[in-house]
Design a protein. Structure first.
Length: 154
């Protein structure tokens, strides 16, 4: 479960192989996507144009699609890690997606070119990643450590 980047929606992944998006103010179910596999985690871009998700049975792959009312079109694999993906975070402009993994890496993906932009290997599994509002810093944590990555330098 997570809030959308714009703070207006709640995104739920369920064992029933669905991704549900609710409007927070009204509690209305806005979107209900069914998938062939159970979803581990999902995140919606700030402009609502992209839905990124990780399937439980292929937990090292990032899938992305264009969400409609009741289905996702153009479902495709964005990229892979060498171990389970633990966290996804969209940039505030909706052009990049950061991912963290148990493989101890942090990656930044371009949604326009689908190219991998940044890789930073750490000494411990990454549990969470977030991109700051100006899209220049990725914050990641692994146990008691916090890592700050300047996306302009890397």
């Amino acid at each position: 479960m997570r809030f959308s980047p714009n703070g207006k929606n709640l995104i739920l992944t369920n064992k029933d192989k669905t991704i549900k998006i609710y409007e927070l103010n009204t509690g209305v179910l806005l979107r209900n996507f069914s998938h062939q596999n159970e979803i581990k985690t999902a995140n919606l871009s700030p402009d609502n144009k992209h839905l990124a998700f990780v399937e439980r049975n292929v937990s090292n792959a990032i899938s992305i699609c264009n969400p409609g009312k009741d289905y996702c079109s153009n479902v495709r694999k964005l990229g892979f890690h060498n171990d389970n993906i633990t966290s996804l975070s969209f940039s505030h402009n909706g052009k990049f997606l950061a991912s963290g993994s148990k493989d101890k890496s942090i990656k930044l993906w371009s949604l326009d070119s689908k190219a991998f932009k940044v890789s930073e290997d750490k000494d411990r599994s990454i549990s969470q990643v977030k991109i700051n509002p100006n899209n220049k810093i990725i914050a990641a944590n692994s146990l008691e450590q916090v890592h700050l990555l300047n996306t302009m330098v890397l």
